[in-house]
Ligand binder design. Sequence first.
Ligand code: GDP
Ligand code: IMO
Ligand code: MG
Length: 420
Amino acid sequence: MVDVLLGLQWGDEGKGKIVDYLAPKYDMVARFQGGPNAGHTIIVKDKKIVLHTVPSGILHPNCLNLIGNGVVLDPVIFNKEITQLRAAGVVIGDNLVISKKTQLILPTHKVLDAASEAAKGASKIGSTLKGIGPTYMDKTGRNGLRVGDILSSKFKEKYEALKQKHLALIKNYDFEFDITEQEKEWFANIEKLKEFSLVDGEYFINEKIKQGKKVLAEGAQGSMLDIDFGTYPFVTSSNTITASACTGLGIAPHHIGEVIGITKAYCTRVGSGPFPSELLDETGEQLRKQGNEFGSTTGRPRRCGWLDLVALNYAIMLNGVTQLILTKADVMNNFDEIKIATQYKVDGKISAQLPYDMMDSTVEPLYETLKGWNSDLANCTTKSSLPSAFQAYLDFVTKNTNVPFSMISTGPERSQLIVE
Ligand code: GDP
Ligand code: IMO
Ligand code: MG
């Protein structure tokens, strides 16, 4: 059986923390999409680890970790991550396997990403500049290089051919670059990649499922960044929803069990694009400060706003969420009032649905105001010990989503979690 865990907003919902907590209950954690644009933070005692490519089950010695075919992998970033993990005492060997069908990010993919963003000027996506978009373009354009190709005697030739294609494309941009050093580093890290277990991921995972092993599929980004259903074109270049776990790992839909959706108690977004409940005032600043809302991958300040139930219900629908996990409610411990968007006014008409194009419409969120709990959630370890105003907040969300909360996270540390 495969349970899927994913972010229901614009990313950074706290997926890393929750996957790390859940991993001991599973035999395998598998990443199925995205790449080093992701930054999944795990905090154990006072040690902080940010994972970009490696699945968040890696801290648990009995948990297998699979990087699926749906992922795009930068060998330089991947090996840096491995070095950091090993330096922190994490043992990495047979517990980490990579699908041979995982796509490789080339140095020129990153140049293309940067050149494309620069050319867009004010309308740039706000990409993490990790080469994600161009790598997925090559995948669907049937030009990509895959991890399995590094074992081929023709690898250098294939690389050269793709690089030449990229150089021709880059000529269309007025963009200066020099990748001499990056290329050397890239090839050195390709050699290191050969030390890992490169597998036929789809056979590997299906064999485990047949043996009755439990798998947790770990999503990256969030549903509102999905290439089809997110706030297009201000999205990432992969499908980030449950369905993507099937294509990104090679498993049939009937294997999917629970769909665990994570939402913050408010919203954040890093990069450009529509964000109806964004707060550009002091309250937004307070959320950013108290929530330490700065990107785990790029360090950029995250835009902050109120919880948006229109967007959340859309994500619940797309993913088939069976249980919700709420994170970061503790960030609002000292708020007198908390707002939640329940509907939108789209071009003057009230609606509970996202409009086709948020950029073209005037979207005004309509809010319900709830009383703040004004107390420290860190002192609560059971659901029944939660302050009544917070219980009311939870009940309000549950009534409006029809999905129960299975966990409440009350701080960044692994143990700060209420499970019921
Ligand atoms: P991910 O991309 O979904 O894994 O999330 P990130 O790691 O990018 O961002 C989440 C941030 O919030 C990290 O710094 C976490 O340590 C932190 N975090 C996770 N859960 C909680 C929580 O319940 N409360 C607080 N205050 N911080 C949390
Ligand atoms: P995790 O897994 C938050 C955003 C970028 C940008 C847009 C496109 O940590 O939740 P890309 O580099 O993918 O071409 O950028 O998507 N983005 C994320 N925002 N969390 C992430 O991952 C993100 N991955 C990409 O900021 O707006
Ligand atoms: Mg993140």
